[in-house]
Design a protein around this ligand. Structure first.
Ligand code: SF4
Length: 101
């Protein structure tokens, strides 16, 4: 009985170390502007923009793959706010997103 408990504890520690190692190896640094764009979107996660949610739309905007007008619940003020935010927020290389209205 004691050997089973010890074996379970050893297996648990090994699996925890494997998960930790995978999280370190597979870590992908997120664009720090992503949350800023998400915060400016309506966050209804309706999918009307053709993306599976507002986070995916924000990623598409940062990748210059989407127009702000694709967000149907968003109004002109939202589009101008996102445009202004990105006009003041270059990436680490100093490059700006070409925002499509
Ligand atoms: S249409 Fe706008 S509110 Fe709806 S998921 Fe896309 S970005 Fe979010």
């Amino acid at each position: 009985m004691e050997i089973v408990i010890i074996l379970a504890a050893v297996i648990s520690v090994v699996l925890a170390l494997l998960l930790w190692g995978a999280s370190v190896i597979l870590y992908v640094e997120e664009d720090p502007r992503l949350q800023g764009v998400i915060d400016l979107l309506p966050n209804q996660n309706c999918g009307l923009c053709g993306n599976p949610g507002c986070k995916a739309m924000a990623e598409a905007i940062l990748n210059e793959d989407a127009k702000l007008s694709q967000c149907k619940p968003g109004d002109q003020e939202m589009r101008e706010d996102i445009r202004d935010y990105l006009a003041e927020s270059p990436n680490e290389a100093g490059e700006f997103v070409k925002v499509k209205m």
